[in-house]
Design a protein around this ligand. Structure first.
Ligand SMILES: [Zn+2]
Length: 336
């Protein structure tokens, strides 16, 4: 029988607006988007869907964006939104709201003009460099360079257009300079705490504090390697939340699971993401990514996470804020 706390957690989860700030499946026109039901059935009300990252040619990013837009617009149960009011309306209509995000500015192909182009097509957040340095700035597994002149121009344009500046995957100096330069709140859409798990994809307390100082939010990520060197659990995800809450306050913490289903049809014990990693060591260096399958906590981990936060004496309002209210606040401030 469910305990009183479990009943309360479920009621809170069902009543709260649940926001997942980043999907991790491959941005490819051939992806089976029927799998978005994994998020919808888990009770997620809003998902930011990745449509491109730096390994991709910008034309392939545009093709993914076109395919994903077409699928969502033609499908019951999903709504392509542009405003927070539209997210709330979609929820009332029983639909999962979606916008898009970009992991790296190779998608701009060197042109600041592309920011508004993507915004108009539904992209609401973008990060600078995916693990490896590019024309805009530094990636977290590469030499720690700052923003380039182009990167600075993009910050100004994102501020003007109303696209959220995301510092996940970036090098320390690039992230710190971007947060300093931005006139709007900035986020780490999916970055765990380096203090708990020493991985270059995770962020330092300095970075988390700088993000909070902009009014921004840090999303915790469910990929096992960024949580622990053992098996990923909801308790460990909650530990990363605890760390950030103690450091910067509950109003600056959110969820960016980065979930990808396992597409590997072979029974070889591997998985597709691990294979991509093994073939592209310039983006995922071997010193940081051991040769083994990558696992995630799926979106339906969130009801259990809600229980854990209540068990740890979190106030209900703080749990609601972490599950979605905080990222929604940033969207309301930044999206135009
Ligand atoms: Zn990512």
């Amino acid at each position: 029988m469910a305990t009183e706390l479990q009943v309360a957690a479920r009621a809170l989860y069902d009543d709260a607006l649940i926001w997942d700030d980043h999907s991790g499946f491959g941005p490819d026109p051939s992806v089976d988007l029927n799998k978005l039901s994994i998020w919808k059935d888990a009770g997620i009300n809003y998902l930011s869907i990745d449509v491109g990252y730096d390994r991709m040619d910008w034309r392939d990013t545009v093709k993914s964006l076109a395919a994903f837009r077409r699928w969502i617009k033609a499908s019951d149960g999903y709504e392509l939104v542009g405003t927070v009011d539209e997210i709330e309306a979609a929820r009332r209509a029983g639909k999962m709201a979606c916008t898009f995000d970009l992991e790296g500015m190779n998608a701009l192909d060197g042109s600041v003009d592309m920011v508004e182009f993507y915004y108009d097509l539904g992209v609401r957040q973008m990060l600078f460099a995916y693990n490896k340095n590019n024309a805009a700035g530094g990636g977290c597994h590469d030499e720690d360079t700052g923003l380039t002149t182009f990167g600075r121009e993009v910050v100004a344009e994102m501020n003007r257009v109303g696209m959220v500046i995301d510092c996940s995957h970036c090098a320390y100096t690039t992230s710190m300079e971007a947060m300093e330069l931005s006139s709007a709140p900035t986020i780490f859409s999916h970055s765990n705490a380096r203090a708990l798990r020493d991985h270059e994809r995770n962020i330092t307390d300095d970075q988390a504090k700088a993000c909070a100082a902009t009014g921004g939010v840090i999303g915790v990520v469910s990929l096992d390697l960024f949580m622990t060197d053992g098996e990923a659990t909801e308790e460990i995800l909650a530990d990363h939340i605890d760390h950030y809450v103690n450091l910067v306050g509950a109003e600056h913490v959110g969820i960016g699971l980065d979930y990808a289903w396992d597409d590997d049809a072979n029974d070889d014990g591997g998985n597709e993401l691990a294979e991509t990693i093994a073939k592209n060591r310039d983006y995922w260096p071997a010193r940081q990514y051991p040769d083994r399958p990558v696992r995630f906590l799926p979106p339906d981990c969130l009801p259990r996470l809600t229980e854990i936060l209540l068990e740890r004496q979190y106030a209900e309002n703080d749990v609601r804020a972490i599950l979605g209210g905080n990222f929604m606040r940033v969207a309301r401030q930044v999206w135009t």
